[in-house]
Design a protein around this ligand. Structure first.
Ligand code: DPX
Ligand code: MG
Length: 589
């Protein structure tokens, strides 16, 4: 079982103690101070915030803890996505917003954290407890006497939602929510009335260890391992498939151990890119049905056994339902259950199962059949470099970005053709890849990149984002300027929603052009040091990249202008299949 042990040895600022036990440890602290201590203890060095009168006292209280820095965002949607990005780099995150006008915007990002299995803690200020039962109408609400709707809404997009209504309950409810976030790898919601943030509650007691994932039922685990072992032993051409849930549920190392124990070829799903080394000798590529990387799709689809660890088989990842592995050939390992050819074993956790199966499999001979076949058929495809003075193409942009990716790089790919460009990139060991493929909210990547960069300032952070996506959340680039983060943004300006063009075209896919390179001077506004460049050919792009690499005091945005129809062939094929799935006739009764 993997655990996070919470440190209690670090100096922790506890404020406004009313009583002391004589050991300089206060017996009571403010609720805001209690929360700050817990955020520090779970490993946060920052939390994200947008101010509003329902959370101002809470923000004051959080500021008193000098070990967790308050980081500001332009709006609450971005604040939530910044926390989501921070959680990707740091393991968990928190953001603080005001009631309804703020929280309802943050909910969209919280739903993303749910879909993407990230423990994000959303804290919302809320009305004064004196008003709750007093038949008072309050600002920032629906203009009714109902103050419970926000909590109710939060319940649908979190694994735990709590509202503090009395100081005595605060320690219990805060700890309950935080533990749930770590246990379930999902977001949680904590509501704190504006008059309780500085109210006193019991001081934090040691947190001990945060149990990430509960222990499997031993009988069920043994039965699942036995069934899987005999299923795989009978297979002639078995394959392993790494899925996007592998990382969140702590299974990366066990998956690698399993791969090495069985010797099969190993494919990854696109949003599991980076979860299994692309330099490993068993790596056979990215599986995305008909648009898989060369040589990979055929092998996965002809395999007689596929063990998929933490997969998400949705309409996008199955390319419009054209490539879901059939149940009778599939072992599907989910976070808390395992299905072996349609037989379900419950109470079995992903990391336990993979570790136990690796141990058991190491007793049997390896089966490298799919790996041998891959090596026999695989041909490396190299993108040739373009004439530096001819108009910029998508392929040339990707070729140049690839040269920047080393073991300290994180590549973040926004929804759009950036997905497919990202899938094609080769990741050396140590490089990371971030994508929001289950939720797919365009605009996610700009604030998520900001949050990621706050958490990981020493990585080289590259963002590939389309023009349409950028228009949703572009303000957050100003926070990169404010904090002098040397993120490099490749803004692919193809004058529209090209992915939608490939699914179903119409006038709604054309967007207003912006001066994207020029936007940086708006954000610099006299005291910032961001750089903006426009590249219309390969030479201009390489010059802009050179300047970006030496610039350490702010972000660089490189607007890459390409033709509206210049997209990957994968997007075209994928788009037509997704369109066919969307266009199916209604079922008859
Ligand atoms: C939409 C998408 O310019 O990328 O490469 O040109 O497609 P490409 P852009 O960023 O355009 C993105 C656009 C409009 N999706 O093609 S993917 C629908 C959509 C969504 N999320 C939200 N609204 C609409 N995914 C919040
Ligand atoms: Mg576009």
């Amino acid at each position: 079982m993997s655990t996070i042990t919470v440190s209690s040895s670090k100096p922790i600022s506890r404020q406004r103690a009313s009583r002391s036990n004589g050991n300089s440890q206060p017996e009571t602290v403010t609720i805001g101070s209690y929360l700050a201590t817990r955020l520090e203890e779970i490993g946060l060095k920052h939390h994200f915030a947008v101010a509003g009168d329902y959370n101002l006292v809470l923000l004051d209280q959080l500021l008193l803890n000098k070990n967790v820095e308050q980081v500001y965002c332009c709006n609450e949607l971005n604040c939530g996505f910044s926390a989501e990005g921070y959680a990707r780099a740091n393991g968990a995150a928190a953001c603080v917003v005001t009631y309804t006008v703020g929280a309802l915007s943050a909910f969209n990002a919280l739903a993303s954290a749910y879909a993407e299995s990230l423990p994000v803690i959303l804290i919302s200020g809320s009305p004064n407890t004196n008003d709750l039962g007093a038949h008072h109408l309050l600002h920032h609400t629906l203009g009714t006497y109902d103050f419970g709707y926000q909590l109710e809404m939060a319940r649908h997009i979190t694994c735990e939602a709590v509202a503090i209504r009395h100081p005595e309950e605060a320690p219990y409810l805060i700890d309950k929510a935080i533990r749930a976030a770590f246990r379930e790898r999902k977001p949680v919601y904590i509501e704190i009335p504006c008059n309780l943030s500085a109210a006193m509650c019991s001081a934090p007691k040691p947190f001990g260890s945060l149990v990430e994932i509960p222990k499997s039922d031993p009988v069920s685990l043994a039965a699942a391992v036995e069934a899987a072992t005999s299923f795989l032993a009978k297979a002639v051409r078995p394959i392993l498939l790494a899925g996007p849930k592998l990382k969140a549920y702590g299974g990366e190392q066990a998956f690698r151990d399993l791969a090495e124990a069985v010797g099969f070829g190993v494919a990854i799903m696109p949003s599991a890119k980076g979860f299994f080394s692309e330099e490993h000798e068993q790596f056979i590529g990215t599986y995305l049905g008909a648009v898989s990387s060369p040589g990979c799709g055929e092998l996965v689809e002809s395999a007689d056994a596929v063990l998929a660890a933490g997969p998400i088989f949705n309409d996008y990842t199955t390319v419009g339902w054209s490539s879901q592995p059939p149940t009778k050939r599939l072992i599907q390992v989910d976070p808390d259950r395992v299905d072996v050819a349609g037989v379900t074993f419950n109470g079995v956790y992903l990391n336990d199962f993979l570790a136990a199966l690796a141990k058991e499999s190491s007793k049997n001979p390896k089966n490298p059949t799919t790996l041998v076949e891959f090596r026999r058929t695989w041909v490396e495809i190299k993108e040739p470099s373009a004439d530096p003075n001819s108009p910029l193409t998508r392929a040339e942009v990707c070729r140049q970005i690839q040269t920047l990716i080393d073991g300290h790089t994180t590549l973040i790919a926004e929804t759009g053709d950036s997905w497919f460009n990202g899938f094609r990139m080769k990741l050396p060991d140590g490089a990371k890849f971030e994508i929001e493929m289950q939720y797919g909210h365009i605009g996610w990547s700009v604030p998520a990149t900001f949050g990621y960069a706050v958490a990981a300032p020493n990585r080289r952070i590259l963002l590939m984002v389309g023009d349409g996506s950028f228009q949703l959340t572009s303000q957050e680039v100003c926070q990169m300027v404010r904090r002098k983060l040397p993120v490099i943004i490749f803004l692919i300006n193809n004058r529209g929603y090209t992915i939608e063009v490939e699914i179903h075209d119409g006038p709604y896919n054309n967007i207003k052009n912006w001066d994207y390179a020029g936007i940086m001077s708006v954000f610099n506004a006299g005291d910032g040091d961001g750089q903006g460049f426009r590249a219309t050919n390969g030479k201009e792009l390489s010059t802009a990249i050179e300047r970006a690499l030496t610039h350490k005091t702010g972000p660089t945005l490189i607007e890459c202008t390409i033709d509206r129809d210049d997209c990957t062939k994968e997007l075209m094929q994928w788009g037509s299949r997704v369109a066919a799935a969307n266009g199916r006739a209604p079922q008859r009764a």
